[in-house]
Structure formats: C-alpha cells, structure tokens
Design a protein around this ligand. Structure first.
Ligand code: ADP
Length: 159
C-alpha cells in the first residue's frame, strides 16, 4: 500500500493544489492531504475550515483523505504510516527551500521520501498568497480557485 502525504497550508486551496491532488491520486494508493495547523501564522481560514473545504472539493476522489496536523511532518508521517511526501514545484525559487526540507526530513526518517510534481504550466504562477492579495482588493479570483469557495473567500474579506 503506497500511502502518500500532501502537506501544505492550503490557505486557500487553489487550482494548482487541486491539480497536484488529482495527479498524485493516480500515482499512489492513498493520498492524505495534510493541512498544517500553524497557530503562529495569520491565516485566512481556520484549519478546521480548510479541512472541511478540501474534503468537500475532493469528495469524488475515493483514495483522497484530508486531515490536519501539528508539529513535525516526519512525526505525522509515522502516525499515519506513510513514507512518501508529495510537494509541488512551481519555479526555481521553490527549489532551494523544498530540497532543504526534503533532505532534512529524509535524515530525520530515512524511510521517508519526497516526490516532487512539477506544476502544470497553466498554474505555474498561482499561489495562495496571490489569491489572498487579489481577493483582498475585490479582484476576480475565478481563474485561481474552485467556484464553490469564492463566496467563502469574499465573505472573509468583507469582515
Ligand atoms: P506551504 O505553506 O507548505 O508552502 P502551500 O499551501 O502554499 O503550503 O503549498 C502546498 C504545496 O503545494 C507546496 O508543495 C507547493 O509548492 C504546492 N503548490 C502550491 N501552488 C502550486 C501550484 N500552483 N502548482 C503546483 N504546486 C503548487
């Protein structure tokens, strides 16, 4: 059983993330989308909100689960018995940071390997922070995130 974790902040989830979830769900037996519970970070959505949103958006993928986690990813991987981590790479700017984390995780737990999927060209520019920036100024985010969550994002910025 190849169980892989796809960790991230997903604040909010974008088409770029959805693309990685879809592609990796075909490569592994089970994908756990793991939403990082980082209490220091000033987030748009709470962790529970993000988990609920992603569960809803992935309900048609039979082998995708959504959970939240705190602390070290290597410990979470141990808890759920997964030995693959999936990360998306958009540009060289992602690379330096990602390779460092991947190598650190591998040293911490040699059974754990990180698999990188290159972003689809049409989403290469896309990040949660760009979505937040656009949404905060009332911009059109329909090309960035699934339709269902647009009202939820708009609502957050009304407050
Ligand atoms: P983090 O805060 O851990 O970087 P993110 O939610 O921003 O979390 O991203 C989670 C993962 O998804 C990361 O591996 C990131 O590189 C990847 N990712 C983000 N946006 C895209 C995109 N547009 N295309 C492909 N991968 C992406």
């Amino acid at each position: 059983m190849k169980r892989a974790i796809y960790p991230g902040s997903f604040d909010p989830i974008t088409f770029g993330h959805m693309d990685i979830i879809e592609r990796s769900s075909k490569m592994f037996d089970e994908i756990i989308v793991a939403v990082l519970n980082n209490s220091q970070k000033n987030s748009l959505f709470s962790v529970d909100e993000r988990v609920t949103i992603i569960k809803d958006l992935t309900k048609n993928y039979a082998n995708v689960k959504v959970m939240s986690f705190e602390g070290l990813l290597v410990d979470f991987a141990d808890q759920v018995d997964a030995n693959i981590i999936i990360r998306g790479l958009r540009a060289v700017t992602d690379f330096e940071y990602e390779i460092q984390i991947a190598q650190t995780n591998h040293v911490e737990n040699p059974k754990l390997d990180t698999v990188f999927l290159t972003t689809s060209l049409n989403y290469a520019y896309l990040s949660s922070s760009v979505v937040r920036e656009f949404a905060s100024y009332g911009g059109d985010i329909s090309k960035f995130v699934p339709e269902e969550i647009i009202p939820l994002i708009v609502e957050k910025y009304k407050k």
